[in-house]
Design a protein around this ligand. Structure first.
Ligand code: ADP
Ligand code: ZN
Ligand code: ZN
Length: 752
């Protein structure tokens, strides 16, 4: 097409307040722009990146061309194509939010909307880092809240952290400004670590050949490859049955036909292992995308997707957010550990589920969707019985190693107690751990919480030491120098271990529950010479933190790995013959619709860590409730029997997925104002909700009623499965809220 010489007029979507608005801009003569381009511009003098939605030959009649501003430059050509935008429109509808916010979430950070004043042009923006200044001149005093930030930053590497991280801890920008003004903080231009390929040499190294598949794997692969057009599969195989090998070979076939594939994993901690396997097989065709990458690396990954053609089809490996990558000619999407709730975004909006987004993408692209798990979610299992386009079930029933599933032994803690043993670690478990070293074996021990012990309570009055900003107990953590401190897992608040009870003045405290650190301490005391490593969020910080710790364990640096939930996921350690759970009860008692399902999934995953090598494994579960159905299903190892029983229960009670739920979460700095706003919203919605045959439950305070100083209330809507939400548009819902009160709409929430 011939380039028009007259100035071109553009309709550009920019961020105005919370939402997007379309304004007319002029295209400079030297820039050829089209719908789908991202452009830099100014709105009311402030720099922004906007999305060109339409080009016009004439300016709109109601505008004086002389006052129309030009855009400043091209940020990214062809960033948004119509098909991808249509997909996002569908996601926005599902999530009951605007297309603009959904676009902002799906695009790389900083690509759409307001930008900070200093950044410019096409250079990717780096996060502002704030660094502590020790003893600034005059050392002006800090308020107690500023003191908290000071303490917190001091424990960070280099006494510095990105501003975004600091505000996520619950410290306000005005507090940061005040501290900077006093000279306690300075900004540093440091580049965030990571964000490079960094694994080197794969272009020259020979690629690893695929393995010869066993008959079950062959059948599964054959099933996936025989799909013409969109088809959904549930690949259900015990851990170690060779699911990943099937994914890799399906992805290879996809590449060979010039199409791209997307492999998703729920946890950032599982990325390194999967990447290693993919790089060995596919070399440079691999693209990595997850929140552990720097902004710059995420942007580079995006650009690579936009530039890919059929000769350079890609295999993208990532976490939840990678589901939005603009991969053209998508042939396959795999969700490994599809039951994992990390695939669901709870906040901010859009509260999407990666499985749903993947399903939409695969339908649109005519691609295969493979949902893999050893313990599929009830929803996916039901999808195999759908009348309309049912998912196909592919099963892998045996481990590659030929090992049977490790037998489960339950230790009844009531009996231990009756016999006078009140230790965290029961006698049978202790005996088993004692023998590890002489046999050259290893164990993983799951402690459902991180930290030293769960919380502290006063021995005299029973008062629990709580976070000043949240309605949760503080957790005791032990520092390297042996001293102890209290921490809040919800907002990041830290304080010194209280020496006197705030309510009665007593100095005697009693720790309750047992965190990873306390378990380690007890094991060390009772078994001298036992070597331990801790695996939780505190010990695996930083890029590659997981991988380094696991490598040390695999190299035999320790006999026992003590860790939280993370421990159960996906690792393949041949010398581990024992997997133990210290207190299964904490997992069984959660007030959640899916508590049983999630607990059994976790325990089975953990059990799958034992006996993956040559030697048989064993699982030991300590509990006060040995007769609980979840424990019984764990012992018999028949997850399908559990699903069948759970299905009946939910069907009879009309619970999800035999009905639909939606959670409206409100939060604000004042408890009373938030409660009032929630009640007003309930009254506004009730007639409409009830007329649609739905129920409105609440207002009720959230399970944790206050986090980081914000009071949280909620409304629950409950209605027929598959029905549309009986809600007015989001903007209308928001319009009636009082100032400072936020609202988030979570359709199909995971935790209920
Ligand atoms: P899953 O993903 O189901 O846990 P993996 O694919 O990780 O299982 O397989 C478990 C182990 O068996 C891995 O070390 C893998 O390399 C190996 N493996 C998988 N399939 C085969 C095969 N067909 N032949 C030999 N080894 C295999
Ligand atoms: Zn807190
Ligand atoms: Zn007290």
């Amino acid at each position: 097409m011939e380039k028009s010489l007259s100035p071109l007029w553009l309709q550009v979507w920019v961020e105005a307040g919370r939402e997007g608005r379309i304004f007319t801009y002029r295209a400079p003569a030297d820039l050829e722009l089209a719908a789908g381009d991202l452009v830099t511009l100014r709105l009311r003098g402030r720099p922004q990146i906007g999305l060109v939605v339409e080009t016009l030959a004439e300016p709109p009649a109601d505008l004086d061309p002389a006052v129309i501003q030009p855009v400043e430059g091209l940020h990214q050509a062809a960033a948004v194509d119509p098909r991808w935008q249509a997909l996002l429109q569908e996601v926005a509808r599902h999530c009951h939010t605007s297309l603009f916010r959904t676009l902002k979430t799906a695009l790389p950070p900083g690509w759409l909307g307001q930008r900070s004043g200093r950044s410019q042009g096409q250079r990717p923006r780096h996060q502002l880092w704030l660094e502590l200044v020790e003893n600034p001149p005059g050392s002006p005093p800090l308020t107690s809240r500023q003191q908290q930030l000071h303490e917190r930053l001091r424990t960070c590497p280099g006494s510095a952290a990105p501003q975004g991280t600091i505000t996520a801890w619950g410290f306000s920008r005005s507090l940061l400004q005040a501290m900077a003004a006093k000279g306690w903080l300075r900004s540093s231009q440091r580049l965030p670590a990571g964000g490079h390929g960094g694994h080197g040499g794969s272009s020259t190294a020979a690629l690893e050949p695929p393995r010869a598949l066993n008959p079950e794997q062959q059948q599964a692969l054959g099933g996936i490859l025989s799909a013409s057009g969109h088809q959904e599969f549930l690949l259900w195989g015990v851990t170690g049955a060779g699911k990943t090998e099937v994914y890799l070979q399906a992805a290879a076939a996809c590449l060979a036909s010039g199409r791209s594939a997307l492999l998703l994993t729920p946890e950032i901690g599982l990325i390194p292992q999967l990447l290693d396997r993919c790089r060995a097989r596919f070399g440079e065709r691999i693209l990595e995308f997850h929140s552990g990458l720097s902004e710059r690396a995420r942007i580079a990954a995006w650009r690579r997707c936009l530039q890919a053609d059929s000769d350079t089809a890609l295999i993208a490996v990532g976490t939840r957010s990678a589901v939005f990558l603009p991969l053209a000619r998508l042939g396959l999407v795999v969700l490994d550990e599809e039951h994992d709730s990390s695939y669901k975004q709870d906040s901010p909006m859009p509260c999407y589920h990666a499985r749903e987004v993947a399903r939409l993408r695969c339908r649109d692209a005519g691609a295969a969707l493979v949902l893999g798990s050893a313990t599929p979610s009830l929803e996916t299992w039901l999808a195999c019985r759908r009348l309309d386009q049912p998912a196909r079930l592919l099963r892998l029933s045996r481990r590659i190693s030929g090992q049977e599933a490790a037998p489960v032994r339950v230790v009844d803690l009531r009996q231990e107690l009756a016999e006078g043993h009140r230790r965290l670690i029961s006698r049978p478990l202790m005996e088993r751990i004692e023998r590890l070293q002489e046999r050259g074996e290893q164990a993983v021990v799951l402690v459902p919480r991180r930290g030293y012990s769960s919380f502290l309570s006063c021995r005299s009055c029973g008062e629990v030491v709580e976070c000043p900003h949240c309605d949760v107990a503080l957790t005791v953590h032990r520092l390297r120098d042996g001293s102890q401190t209290l921490r809040c897992h919800w907002c990041g608040h830290r304080q010194a271990l209280t020496s006197r009870c705030g309510s009665c003045g007593s100095t005697a405290f009693k720790p309750f529950g047992a965190g990873t650190q306390r378990v380690m301490e007890q094991l060390e005391q009772e078994l001298s010479g036992l070597r331990l490593l801790r695996f939780d969020r505190d010990s695996t910080r930083g890029r590659d933190g997981h991988r380094r710790l696991l490598a040390r364990f695999e190299a035999g640096e320790a006999d026992v790995l003590v860790g939280t939930q993370m421990l159960a996921k996906g690792m393949d350690l041949p010398r581990v013959t024992l997997a133990a759970v210290l207190a299964a009860d904490g997992l069984l008692h959660r007030p959640d619709l899916r508590a049983s399902e999630h607990c059994l999934q976790l325990l089975l995953q953990l059990a799958g860590r034992a006996g993956r090598g040559e030697r048989p494994g064993e699982v030991i579960v300590q509990t006060y409730l040995p007769d609980h159905p979840v424990i019984q299903h764990l012992i018999d190892g028949r997850y399908d029997a559990f699903l069948e029983a759970e299905l009946q229960l939910r069907r009879q009670a009309g619970l999800v997925p035999f009905s639909r739920a939606c959670l409206l979460r409100l939060a604000g700095p004042s408890g009373a104002a938030t409660a009032t706003a929630t009640a007003a919203l309930a009254e506004q919605l009730r007639p409409r909700v009830e007329q649609a045959g739905w129920q409105l439950i609440g207002p009720a305070p959230a399970v944790v009623a206050r986090v980081a100083g914000r009071y949280r209330w909620q409304l629950l809507l409950h209605g027929p499965a598959g029905a549309d939400l009986p809600l007015p548009p989001e903007a209308e819902l928001r319009a009636g809220l009082s100032r400072g009160v936020s609202l988030s709409i979570d359709p199909d929430p995971i935790e209920l």
